[in-house]
Design a protein around this ligand. Structure first.
Ligand code: ASP
Ligand code: MG
Length: 458
C-alpha cells in the first residue's frame, strides 16, 4: 500500500495531483491527505485576528468573497464534470456560509480564543478536501472526502498545537480500512486538523498535514508515506543559503528530525514520530518532477550515517540570558522552563555555565520579546535577564558524528580561520548534531564555510 500527502496551490495543481493519484491508485491502496491552498491558512489567521479587533461586516463579506473566488476557480479547473462540479459547489457554499457566520461571531465577541482560531483555520483544509475528491471522481477514480475528525484523529485540547491521543490508531484503522478494502475508494483526508473528544476542531501545528499523513500511515501500516513538495528532496543545505548544495538520496529519521528542529523547512518536526517505530519510510517527492525518486527518510543504515550530512541555518533568532550568583541552579532552570512553556515559546537551543549562574536560551526572533518580557519578571536585584537580537543558529547534522573525534575541531577551526566569532555552542550526548550561534551578519558565510569544509558541495 502506498500513501500520499499532497499540497496544492490552485485548481491546476489539484488536477495535476489528482492525475498522479489516479496513476498510482490502480495498483495501490492510496489515502490522500490535503492541506489548504497556498496562503489560505495565513489569510484565515489574519482575518480571524482582524475580526476580533476591528473588523466590520463589510470586511467579512469581502474576505469570504475572495475565498469563494479562489476556491470556485479551483473547482472550475480541477473538476472535469458539470454534475460533480455542481455537487461540490453545493458543499462549498455551506462551508462559506459557516465561515461567514463564525467570523461575524468573532466580531460580536471581540475576542479570539485559541479554540475559535483553530476552528477558523480549519476551513483551509475543509474546503480543499471536497474539491480534490471531486477532481478524482471526475477522473473516474472513486473517492470520498473526510475531515481529520471523521478519519479518527482525536487529539488533546491544546489548540494550535494539539497532540494526537495515544489510543487512536485502532480507531483510524477501523474507519479507513473498510473504505480501502471493501469500498475500494480513495479517501481524501484534511491534513493538519483533528478534533478533541468534545468534538471541537483542533490543529496539529503549522505544516501539520505531514503529521496527519504519518499518523494515518502508521495506523494503516502503510508501505510508504509520500510527501509531495515543490523540491526534489532534502538537500545538504537550503540552496537559498548555499547555492551549490547537493541532493541527499537517503537520510535517517533521526537526522531528518534534527534538521527540521533546526529550521530546515522540510517537514513538521513531529511528523516522523508515528512512522519511526514501525519503520515506515517517508519519501519526499517533487510534484513537478514526479518520476524522480526523491529523498527517502528511513531507519539509519551504515551508508546513511555520514559524519556531517547536512546543515541548517535559522537566520533570525535571539538569545535571552539569565545570570546571577548564589542560587540553586536547578531551581532557576525549573522556573525558566516553566515560564517558557507557559508562554508557549519554542526553545531552539540551550547552553549554560553552572559555577556562576549563566543560562542562555535561543528562541526564534519572533518569540524573543515575549520570552524576554516573561523572564524579566524573575529579575530581583541579583538575577539579571538580558536579550541579544539578530543572531543566527547553524546546526551540523549527521548520525556518523557520534563517536567520531575531530568533527567539532574541524568546524570551529574553519570558522576561526575565517574570522567568524562563535557566540554559543551546544551538542547533546546523542552527538547527532553540533549547533552554534553567530551574529546574523555572519550566518550565511558560516554555513557556506562549513559546507565547503566537509566537502558537501555539488
Ligand atoms: N495549512 C497548514 C499550514 O499552512 C498545514 C499544512 O500546510 O501542512 O500550516
Ligand atoms: Mg502548507
Amino acid at each position: 500500500m502506498k500513501f500520499g500527502g499532497v499540497s496544492v496551490k490552485d485548481g491546476e495543481a489539484i488536477l495535476h495531483s489528482a492525475n498522479l493519484v489516479k496513476k498510482f491508485a490502480n495498483d495501490n491502496e492510496v489515502v490522500v491527505v490535503v492541506s489548504a491552498m497556498s496562503g489560505v491558512t495565513d489569510a484565515l489567521i489574519n482575518a480571524a485576528k482582524r475580526c476580533s479587533s476591528e473588523a466590520s461586516a463589510g470586511f467579512i463579506k469581502l474576505f469570504v468573497a475572495d475565498m469563494m473566488k479562489r476556491h470556485y476557480e479551483a473547482v472550475e479547473k480541477a473538476v472535469q464534470s458539470e454534475d460533480i462540479k455542481n455537487r461540490v459547489i453545493n458543499a462549498l457554499e455551506k462551508l462559506f456560509d459557516e465561515l461567514e457566520k463564525v467570523l461575524l461571531g468573532i466580531t460580536y465577541l471581540g475576542e479570539l480564543t485559541k479554540r475559535s482560531e483553530d476552528y477558523i483555520v480549519s476551513f483551509g483544509e475543509r474546503l480543499v478536501a471536497p474539491i480534490f475528491s471531486a477532481s478524482l471522481l471526475s477522473l473516474g477514480v472513486d473517492s470520498v472526502a473526510l475531515t481529520g475528525c471523521d478519519a479518527g484523529i482525536l487529539t488533546d485540547r491544546n489548540y494550535g498545537k494539539a497532540k494526537p491521543l495515544p489510543g487512536i490508531y485502532e480507531l483510524i484503522r477501523n474507519r479507513i480500512e473498510p473504505l480501502l478494502k471493501i469500498k475500494k475508494t480513495v479517501p481524501v483526508v484534511t491534513g493538519f486538523i483533528g478534533c478533541a473528544e468534545d468534538g471541537s476542531i483542533t490543529t496539529l501545528g503549522r505544516g501539520g498535514s505531514d503529521y496527519t499523513a504519518t499518523i494515518l500511515a502508521s495506523a494503516l501500516n502503510a508501505d510508504e508515506v509520500w510527501l509531495w513538495k515543490e523540491v526534489n528532496g532534502i538537500m545538504t543545505c537550503d540552496p537559498k543559503f548555499v547555492p551549490n548544495a547537493k541532493f541527499i538520496p537517503q537520510i535517517s529519521y533521526q537526522e531528518a528530525m534534527e534538521l527540521s528542529h533546526f529550521g530546515a523547512k522540510i517537514l513538521h518536526p513531529l511528523a516522523l514520530i508515528p512512522v519511526m517505530r514501525k519503520n515506515i519510510p517517508v519519501r519526499i517527492k517533487n510534484v513537478f518532477n514526479p518520476d524522480f525518486e526523491g529523498t527517502v527518510i528511513c531507519a539509519g543504515t551504515k551508508e546513511t550515517k555520514d559524519v556531517v550530512k547536512a546543515l541548517s541555518l535559522i537566520p533570525k533568532a535571539g538569545i535571552v540570558s539569565i545570570s546571577g550568583a548564589g542560587f540553586d541552579f536547578a531551581e532557576i532552570m525549573t522556573e525558566v522552563f516553566r515560564i517558557l512553556s507557559e508562554e508557549k515559546v519554542g526553545v531552539i537551543m540551550v547552553a549554560q555555565s553552572s559555577s556562576e549562574l549563566s543560562l542562555s536560551i535561543v528562541v526564534d526572533l519572533k518569540d524573543l520579546e515575549k520570552a524576554y518580557q516573561a523572564l524579566k519578571k524573575m529579575e530581583n536585584g541579583v538575577i539579571r535577564v538580558n536579550k541579544i537580537e539578530n543572531v543566527s543558529v547553524i546546526s551540523a547534522v549527521g548520525a556518523g558524528m557520534a563517536g567520531t573525534p575531530g568533527v567539532a575541531g574541524k568546524i570551529f577551526s574553519a570558522l576561526g580561520r575565517n574570522g567568524i566569532n562563535v557566540m554559543m555552542i551546544s551538542q547533546s550526548c546523542s552527538e547527532y548534531n553540533i549547533s552554534f550561534v553567530v551574529k546574523s551578519e555572519d550566518g550565511i558565510n558560516a554555513v557556506r564555510i562549513i559546507h565547503d569544509e566537509f566537502g558537501l558541495n555539488n
